[in-house]
Design a protein. Structure first.
Length: 238
């Protein structure tokens, strides 16, 4: 009986996290439409938002509803970016969409206080991150790093990294969709694909206290309706 209760609790937590993610994806779609219009092919931000929504199993019906209903939504969202420092060299970038700047700033300061971190000056942290197109594909006997190098040689590739079960391709943002389409055309199955910030100097070791605090900080950010994403230079396990 206790085990059934534990499984049900974990399932409920997973469903709540999924619902929270879908809410954030819908918010980004609405914001993208208000900024650049509802034509997906003519609005790069909207195209990226829709792609990410589909990757995270948001239904096409829900996506279309949010695109079509954006202009009728009176809520005005401000896009914010906070650069932060944590203990032991932790670098953090938090991105938010909010109708109340003071609220999200206050919430973030509270989370950072528990982390023993602080908001930094503009561009004092972001200079240590690169904005790249990131595409991860399954590695197979016919999908090799040599083949991917051959298929992408005409594009601006930042790096190609071979993992145990996947191959990661990093491009300049402007070539992201061209490279993604080329890989799909050649039979690659995409695991993950988005334009995102990647740390130039990742760290993979933290003391237990800092690691636990960072984990709680990220959980708090993910649970906050105003915060869309949190990126850090920590690349280790929690």
């Amino acid at each position: 009986m206790p085990r059934k209760h534990l499984v049900a609790s974990k399932t409920n937590q997973k469903q709540q996290a999924q619902a929270k993610l879908w809410q954030k994806l819908a918010r980004e779609i609405k914001a993208a439409v208000k900024v650049g219009g509802s034509n997906i092919e003519a609005n790069p931000r909207l195209k990226a938002a829709v792609d990410k929504a589909l990757q995270n199993n948001l239904s096409r019906e829900s996506i279309d509803r949010n695109i079509n209903g954006s202009n009728k939504d009176p809520q005005q969202l401000n896009q914010l970016e906070f650069e932060c420092y944590g203990p032991n060299g932790i670098q953090i970038i938090v991105q938010a969409l909010t109708d109340n700047t003071n609220r999200v700033a206050s919430d973030l300061r509270g989370y950072l206080s528990k982390l023993h971190g602080e908001i930094a000056k503009s561009n004092s942290v972001k200079i240590f991150f690169d904005n790249v197109g990131y595409i991860a594909v399954y590695k197979t006997p016919s999908i090799t790093i040599d083949k991917i190098m051959e298929w992408t040689m005409d594009f601006n590739i930042v790096d190609i990294i071979e993992q145990e079960d996947a191959i990661e391709v990093k491009t300049i943002p402007n070539d992201f969709y061209k490279v993604k389409d080329e890989l799909i055309k050649n039979g690659c199955k995409v695991l993950d694909a988005e334009v995102k910030l990647i740390a130039q100097n990742p760290i993979d070791e933290l003391d237990n206290d800092s690691r636990e605090r960072l984990n709680k900080f990220i959980d708090s950010c993910n649970d906050n309706d105003d915060i869309q994403s949190v990126v850090t230079n920590y690349d280790g396990e929690f």
